[in-house]
Design a protein around this ligand. Structure first.
Ligand code: OAD
Length: 244
């Protein structure tokens, strides 16, 4: 059991505006590897950072496509875990709860969160790299799949390194961070901008910052509370302590 300071419980119980930022750690207990875990098998020779970029796609589109096809398949077979469901409970209990995620696996939506900002896109969506049109169907076998309209190469609808985040989502995330009373950072290494700046934006506006992670991160020293452990264990315990 995690020890929760009384003051944290009181602050959360009284909070009317809470924002949470999640990363790959939240999905780890659903069986998905985190982004910076070493890859296995065929993909062990590549770093994810070297596959998730426009340069990688330009160099070898089929390699990038196949990596995402493999990940899409993995995501399809997994379910939300207790950490995801605890965040759904929080949304029910807090009058203004904004969930901001860097994850592209769709598990927060599947769990039932409604006020959700997916900053890095959705791995299940596929769009044309030229005209932007979404594709509903494509052939996974053979050559690079192409857009039925313009013939451009298809790509996952996720944000790659060096690309901009969807503007309205990012603006809403910054607004939620600046306006909240409590900001939770859960299962993220806090290494990728601009998401990594959100807890600091919240802190600068006076929010209480709470971090849940297996290990310390660059945020830990600045957080008001660091709850070390698995999000699938810590978050349900926290919800129970605060809201019963
Ligand atoms: P990372 O893989 O960088 O970090 C995962 C974090 O989760 C680490 O700090 C782990 O200690 C922590 N962790 C692992 N298992 C956990 C658990 N069960 N409970 C709590 N914490 C746990 O993933 P992200 O921070 O999400 O972006 O990475 C951010 C972005 O970097 C990704 O969205 C991706 C990548 O570039 C894009 O693809 C654009």
């Amino acid at each position: 059991m995690t020890e929760f300071p009384d003051i944290l419980i009181r602050v959360l119980r009284q909070a009317e505006r809470v924002a949470a930022l999640t990363g790959a750690g939240v999905s780890q207990e659903s069986g998905l590897r985190t982004f910076r875990d070493a890859q296995t098998g065929l993909w062990a020779q590549y770093k994810p950072e070297d596959l998730a970029s426009p340069e990688a796609f330009a160099r070898d589109p089929k390699l990038v496509w196949d990596w995402y096809a493999m990940r899409r398949e993995k995501v399809r077979g997994v379910e939300p875990n207790a950490g995801h469901y605890a965040l759904v409970e929080m949304e029910k209990r807090v009058s203004q709860f904004t969930l901001i995620t860097q994850n592209v696996d769709g598990l927060h939506r599947k769990a039932g969160n409604r006020n959700l900002l997916e900053l890095h896109g959705d791995i299940q969506r596929v769009r044309c790299s030229e005209c932007g049109e979404y594709a509903e169907a494509w052939d996974e076998n053979g050559d690079m799949p192409r857009c039925a309209g313009c013939g451009g190469m298809l790509r996952p609808d996720v944000v790659w390194f060096g690309e901009s985040l969807p503007r309205s989502e990012l603006e809403a995330a910054v607004e939620a961070a600046r306006g909240c009373q409590v900001f939770l950072s859960v299962g993220t290494s806090g290494l990728v901008q601009p998401a990594a700046a959100l807890p600091f934006a919240a802190r600068n506006k006076g929010a209480v910052v709470v971090e849940v992670n297996l290990e310390p991160t660059p945020l830990t020293a600045k957080a008001d509370f660091f709850l070390q452990g698995k999000s699938g264990e810590v978050l349900p315990e926290l919800v129970k302590m605060v809201w019963g």
